[in-house]
Design a protein around this ligand. Structure first.
Ligand code: SF4
Ligand code: SF4
Length: 77
């Protein structure tokens, strides 16, 4: 399955061990991080390489795919 659609991530905060691996491997722009120093949540990632999700040692990163028009709505909110 292709992962080229933009994605928005969710993180299970209770499971996250703040290892920083997701941020370290991420090729997104600087600052694409959450308040808890993980990759950003609630913000679309249009690279969608999924390295962050794959590297998380506690597999607590999940995502949903979003369409372009939904991103415009999110950014306008
Ligand atoms: S999918 Fe890739 S570019 Fe997007 S947040 Fe994860 S590691 Fe970063
Ligand atoms: S890779 Fe997983 S456990 Fe590590 S900081 Fe990111 S979300 Fe948390």
């Amino acid at each position: 399955m292709s992962h080229r659609d933009p994605v928005i991530f969710q993180i299970g905060w209770n499971a996250c061990i703040n290892c920083g691996a997701c941020v370290a491997i991420c090729p997104q722009e600087a600052g694409f991080i959450s308040d808890f120093d993980t990759i950003a949540v609630g913000r679309p990632c249009d690279i969608a390489c999924m390295l962050c999700e794959d590297i998380c040692p506690v597999t607590t990163i999940t995502h949903r795919e979003v369409q372009k028009f939904q991103i415009d709505e999110i950014n306008a909110a």
